[in-house]
Design a protein around this ligand. Structure first.
Ligand SMILES: [Zn+2]
Length: 237
């Protein structure tokens, strides 16, 4: 029975290592994918903002030209004003002047507004650039880490498989299927040590008499709450 307990404990150790390897690998590809899509969306947003700035610049140049043309027109109206003969003519030209001045004012406001927008965009672009740099660094790290893990796990997995096969060759099939069933139902943990007089899987208290029996290892015990196989390990007081 002591041998059986040891076999089950070793099997659990190997399988937990397998799980840990899978978990490491399983997490990184997801993180890489996340970082890639975030990087893409931030880069796109940055590009769009840069386009908006370019367009704003072109707009402002156009507004400026319209203002200059407007000022030329104003000058002409004001010259005409000196030469008018009638009140009616005077009123008509005055009206043209007022309208032109209003148009120019509006164009100047548009330029100011566009400059403000550009400032805001530049702040946002700087923030995006910081995020982009951070994401790119993260990606380099994650990719390197995944490469390393893939390399390591290949060797480690082969070693664990050999060890596992060796145990299974000697382990009674009944116990193997019991072990597999519990492992599947209990989140990968079928064999647990007694810790602080409790089940190491669900932390339920174990009666002292049962602990004595578990220590004696005359037969296999399971936790009456979670069903996991309970073992006594000397390194765990
Ligand atoms: Zn339990």
């Amino acid at each position: 029975m002591k041998k059986l307990v040891k076999q089950l404990v070793d099997l659990q150790k190997i399988d937990s290592k397998f799980d840990a390897l899978q978990l490491q690998k399983g997490d990184l590809p997801f993180m890489i994918e996340e970082a890639e899509s975030e990087l893409e969306s931030k880069s796109t947003r940055k590009k769009e903002m840069e386009e908006t700035i370019k367009k704003g610049d072109a707009d402002r140049r156009m507004f400026q030209m319209e203002i200059e043309a407007g000022n030329e027109k104003l000058k002409k109206y004001e010259e005409q004003l000196y030469k008018v003969q009638t009140n009616k003519e005077y009123d008509a030209i005055s009206l043209e002047i007022d309208t032109k001045k209003m148009e120019i004012k509006e164009l100047e406001n548009k330029i100011l507004q566009s400059l403000e927008e550009e400032e805001e965009l530049k702040v946002q672009i700087r923030e995006l650039q910081k995020d982009i740099k951070k994401l790119e660094e993260q990606l380099v790290d994650h990719r390197r880490e995944l490469d390393e893990i893939v390399q390591q796990t290949r060797t480690e997995e082969r070693r664990l498989t050999r060890e596992r096969d060796k145990i299974l060759a000697e382990l009674d099939k009944r116990y193997q299927s019991q072990y597999e069933k519990i492992r599947k139902a209990k989140d990968g943990l079928a064999v647990v040590a007694v810790k602080k007089n409790s089940c190491g899987g669900c932390y339920s208290a174990i009666p002292p008499q049962k602990i004595v029996e578990i220590r004696e290892m005359h037969r296999l015990f399971t936790c009456e709450y979670c069903g996991r196989i309970l073992v006594w390990l000397d390194e765990n007081p």
